[in-house]
Design a binder for this molecule. Structure first.
Ligand SMILES: Cc1ncc(C[n+]2csc(CCOP(=O)(O)OP(=O)(O)O)c2C)c(N)n1
Ligand SMILES: [Mg+2]
Length: 1025
């Protein structure tokens, strides 16, 4: 208002320039009289009144618009409608308020409910209406603005009063209040105004082809679109185009109408979904299956999403879902053979390796023809643990990888579909982390469709105690995802929102949420008693008919199907289940492989399962990669790099020329040589492009041009594999999960995640425990993911020191009491049998080899690496090309190579250690001149434990005492892992003592002085004879 008034008061009087128009037209385009309620096209009437700055129609909502018009008019009077042209001319000429407006003559035929104002002229003088040539009727204008506000209110808040709960007892937004702005009385309308006709604004589609409607009709159509069984939240989206898109999908008259064919399809699908649960309940009444009863509509809903998406070009869908209804999804969405599902209920022995998982966690992978679209489709349901929502980022990573390998840069062919429970969706932080990956360039999957099975309960907990947000879906608002709440007992409404969601994703490639508000007919599982905690809800549920029965009745009444047809469809499905049940009973074994979500076709076939390819490379390759990594961009003259980077590149070049590598160069050469072999390498994590410790610099930034970058490793060879290095969001749980999912898609890729500091990996503990360490055992799924965890006590305090090596070791499946038979294949057999590899390399060459070995192995295992901090720049932590060229390999143990090794029998002490502490020990040994007395041997691969090499090393120093030295506290680091294994390696013949810090609760001291004191004590103890 202020803005518009300012504009108007500042208008330059143009009276002297513009001839004044004749005052013969009336300003208002709508009038009300007590007798006639209609809109009027004002063509011939005009009036004048007071000063410009007090124009009566200027208020908060119109002022910005007027200002815009005025500015446009100033620039070009023809750019605005003639009515505004006339208004501004008159105003600037000094016309009084209310007098400047001059309606243009209308050439259009008056629409329905419209009359030429001239025809009403006789009526306007009476009953308080303005007389011709008199005042503008402010009320009429206000009423129009009020109608506009009502429409907007429904679009924004209609969902609050939508009838979403099929039980009719609660409100999906936990609020029973009726927002006042959805009451016409709030705008001073009365029942008597209901038949007045109003012109519709351009922000609504309720009119269809009609431009004006009565207030009664407007309200009824808005109620229909926004307050029946669909409640949509979308007006927070910062895009007019997207808002209009949704308005059109919901408001256009008749938009919900579907054909009889479609209705029959919904009924058929609902019949299967219901029949499946009923069948399981009958056959295995006391088995937990987390049935879908109460939200059976999920199955037709998912199928509708899949149908529409395939129709729009999607060929592969990666799904993640919790326990609820999972078996039904496998059976009726993926069409997994029922026999395989039913055998899971029998206590059968497994035909393959692994420890397996409960049936409602298993994954699956199916390729089949979509009968509705007649197109082939791949469906994968990713296996998951009990940990709700933890699978979300894994699904996204897997989807992203599939898009990447297919060259599907816009997500047109591959998409993800995530299912959630209401309590988990709002309660688990990983949901938020996953949403925040949705629009990041190297993490986006170009839109995910989320479906919430909102049964309005989480185990026994009422939503009022499980969330603080109105809806369980509010977390999705942060990424501007539209959210469709829908009543599960209105199948057609559910299908409608599913169709919109699929179209939304295909159109905008952004996330969208479908919140199916439903109920849970049984307890949390089939043997739980829900009446203990939700008596009211469950009394109501007991009297609520099944949605299948309601919908069948409705379609019979509509004449779409007959009672016989309904029964026939039910009986047919029952027969299918019975036949499969009989077949399943003939099975003698279950096969975990039937439940694999990521088959790597062709990877294992024809391979010697124990043959590792060489990891050393030609010197030429090292030189070529080294030089590329040490050179500025090829267009160096234009591409200005930072002086500090120039220095780093120069020193890299010097290293290459002297045939040495530091940590960063060793890593770059591992990546580069794999890229040369066509392997895709992806490095992701916080600040990985530069490297937390500013050592890597895989992305060079133009110092003068924003966003101009150069990635040397992407330009090594013309036909190399693709290299992705990407700074991630500040998340561990989400991003580590994402990279794990990425690694599951293609075995011929080196996927690495780096923690900023190793400590932070514990916020991703669930991914580590539930997926990485145990994924293969539970789900026969392999992954070669590499976790890089900066680790080491360097006086930085409790939180930047320990990557918690002890935890990874404790979760290793390596048997402490078993020394495997010694043979040529000892090392690879161990790797084959272990759940993951834990290592702490002390040289760049060994780091180079262990990274390359990930791909050289004939199978895939996760690699957990402790990585250095100060060693990145340590002058001695360098390797020669000689340790990386052909015929070199990863060294599980690096034996002492100094004077002690020359004369082992006189060595008094053999110290074993791992990682960076080696350099501290070596320096202290040198200072104390003990090189001949003490041998130091480095255990580079801690798990699986190198029993054979440890035994050999100890045998070599037959007269030496043995000790394990570590910088971590006694209850941390490797000690508790290596101690029993030393015992096994030596058959208990020699003792190994512990040297290091005492037990501690915190990983490291916060005091620098204390740190140095502890380090000196450690060195003293280690080197005492
Ligand atoms: C991270 C995590 N915490 C706790 C649980 C235990 N739990 C299993 S199901 C469940 C309730 C889930 O409620 P909701 O998400 O609404 O799904 P519903 O079972 O109602 O379908 C809980 C708390 C779990 N599985 N995962
Ligand atoms: Mg629930």
């Amino acid at each position: 208002m202020y803005r518009a008034r300012t504009v108007l008061t500042n208008l330059v009087p143009l009276a002297s320039l513009i001839p004044r128009a004749a005052p013969d037209r009336f300003a208002s385009w709508i009038l009300k009289s007590d007798h006639i309620l209609c809109s009027i096209t004002g063509t011939d009437i005009r009036h004048y009144s007071s000063s410009v700055a007090t124009e009566p129609f200027l208020n908060g909502s119109s002022s910005a618009y007027v200002e815009e018009m005025y500015n446009a008019w100033l620039a070009d009077p023809k750019s605005v409608h003639v009515s505004w042209d006339s208004f501004f001319r008159n105003s600037t000429a000094g016309a009084a308020p209310g007098q400047a407006y001059q309606a243009p003559p209308s050439l259009a035929e008056p629409g329905r409910n419209q009359l030429p104002i001239t025809s009403l002229a006789p009526l306007l003088g009476a009953a308080g209406a303005p007389a011709l040539g008199g005042q503008v009727n402010e009320k009429v204008i206000d009423d129009h603005l009020a109608v506009q506000a009502i429409i907007r209110s429904y679009q924004i808040r209609g969902h609050h009063i939508a009838k979403l709960d099929p039980l009719g007892i609660s409100s999906a937004d936990l609020d029973d209040k009726h927002p006042p702005e959805l009451l016409y009385s709030h705008y001073s309308f009365e029942e008597g105004d209901m038949d007045r006709v109003f012109k519709l604004p351009s922000t609504t589609f309720i009119g269809g082809k009609e431009k004006a409607l009565s207030l009664r009709e407007i309200l009824s159509r808005l109620e229909n679109a926004y307050c029946r069984h669909i409640g949509v939240e979308f007006m927070f989206i910062n895009s007019l185009e997207q808002c209009n898109w949704i308005r059109q999908k919901l408001e256009t008259p008749g938009v919900m109408e579907i054909s009889s064919e479609e209705k029959r399809l919904i009924l058929a699908r609902l019949t299967r979904a219901t029949g499946f649960e009923a069948f399981l309940a009958r056959k295995w009444s006391s088995e937990k299956r987390f049935g879908l009863e109460g939200c059976e509509i999920l199955i037709p809903a998912m199928k509708a999403v899949i149908d529409k998406s395939t129709e729009l070009g999607v060929e592969s869908i990666v799904m993640g879902m919790p326990h609820r209804g999972r078996l039904n999804v496998l059976a009726n969405v993926c069409r997994k053979p029922l026999e395989q599902i039913f055998t899971q209920f029998a206590a059968l022995e497994a035909a393959d390796d692994g420890s397996g998982d409960v049936k409602y966690h298993l994954g699956t992978y199916i390729e089949r023809l979509n009968r509705v679209t007649n197109k082939n489709i791949r469906l994968a349901v990713v296996a998951n643990p009990s940990h709700l929502e933890a699978v979300d980022p894994i699904v996204q990573g897997k989807t992203r990888a599939e898009q990447f390998y297919r060259g599907d840069g816009e997500g047109k062919k591959v998409m993800s579909l995530l299912l959630h429970g209401d309590a988990a969706f709002c309660g688990q932080g990983i949901v938020y982390e996953t949403f925040h990956l949705s629009d990041l360039p190297d993490y986006t999957t170009h839109g995910t469709i989320h479906i919430v099975v909102n049964n309005q309960i989480g185990f026994t907990t009422d939503p009022r105690h499980s969330r603080s947000s109105p809806y369980c879906t509010d977390v999705a608002r942060v990424v501007n995802a539209p959210i469709f709440h829908v009543n599960s007992d209105d199948p057609e409404a559910v299908m409608h929102v599913c169709k919109i969601a699929a179209e939304w994703r295909a159109t905008f490639h952004k996330d969208v949420v479908i919140d199916i508000v439903s109920y849970r007919r049984n307890g949390h599982n089939e043997i739980d008693e829900p009446m203990f905690t939700q008596p009211l809800m469950y009394r109501k549920i007991k009297t609520t008919p099944h949605v299948l029965d309601k919908y069948s009745k409705r379609l019979i009444e509509e004449g779409v199907v007959t009672t016989e047809e309904v029964k026939d469809v039910r009986d047919k499905y029952e027969k299918i289940c019975e036949e499969s049940y009989l077949n399943a009973r003939k099975e003698t074994h279950i096969k975990y492989k039937d439940w694999l979500d990521s088959p790597w076709s062709g990877f294992f076939e024809g391979k010697d399962p124990l043959k590792v390819s060489p990891t050393g490379v030609k010197e030429d390759t090292l030189v070529h990669i080294g030089k590329r990594m040490s050179s500025p961009p090829p267009n160096a003259a234009e591409f200005v790099i930072h002086k500090g980077i120039e220095r780093i590149l120069r020193s890299r070049m010097e290293m290459v020329e002297s045939r040495t590598v530091d940590w960063a160069l060793g890593e770059g050469m591992a990546f580069g040589s794999l890229l040369k072999e066509g392997i895709h390498v992806r490095l992701s994590g916080q600040d990985v492009e530069r490297g937390t410790f500013s050592h890597r610099h895989h992305v060079l930034h133009h110092q003068l041009v924003d966003k101009a970058t150069y990635r040397p490793l992407c330009h090594l060879y013309p036909d190399q594999g693709p290299y992705t290095v990407c700074n991630s969001s500040l998340s561990e749980f989400g991003v580590l999960g994402f990279e794990l999912g990425y690694s599951m898609t293609n075995p011929n890729a080196l996927v690495c995640w780096e923690a900023q500091f190793g400590d932070f990996n514990n916020t991703a503990q669930c991914i580590i425990d539930q997926f990485i360490s145990s994924g293969q055992a539970k789900w026969v799924r392999q992954s070669g993911l590499v976790m890089l965890n900066p680790h080491g006590l360097e006086g930085m305090g409790p939180e930047h020191s320990s990557a918690r090596l002890e935890r990874f070791l404790q979760m290793s499946s390596d048997d402490p009491d078993y020394f495997p038979p010694e043979s040529e294949e000892f090392a690879v057999r161990q790797l084959h049998d272990i759940n993951w590899i834990v290592a702490n390399c002390s040289t760049p060459a060994n780091y180079f080899h262990i990274l390359r070995r990930q791909i050289a192995l004939p199978f895939r295992k996760p690699l957990i690496l402790m990585t250095p901090k100060s060693l990145l720049r340590h002058p001695e932590a360098k390797s020669s090309f000689d340790e990386m060229t052909e015929n070199t390999q990863f060294l599980r143990v690096i034996p002492d190579q100094g004077p002690a090794s020359q004369n082992p029998s006189s060595v008094k002490k053999l110290l074993f250690c791992t990682g960076k502490v080696y350099y501290d020990l070596r320096k202290a040994r040198e200072e104390r001149k003990l090189e001949g007395d003490i041998a130091i041997s480095r255990v580079e691969q801690i798990s699986p434990f190198p029993y054979d090499l440890i035994k050999k090393e100890c045998a070599k120093y037959s007269n030496a005492s043995l000790a394990w030295a570590q910088e971590e506290a006694k209850n941390q680091g490797s000690w508790t892992y290596v101690q029993p294994r030393f015992h096994t390696a030596l058959s208990g013949s020699r003792d190994v003592s512990y040297v290091g810090r005492p037990t501690a609760a915190s990983p490291a001291t916060g005091s620098k002085m204390q740190h140095l004191k502890e380090l000196n004590a450690l060195l003293d103890d280690a080197l005492s004879l």
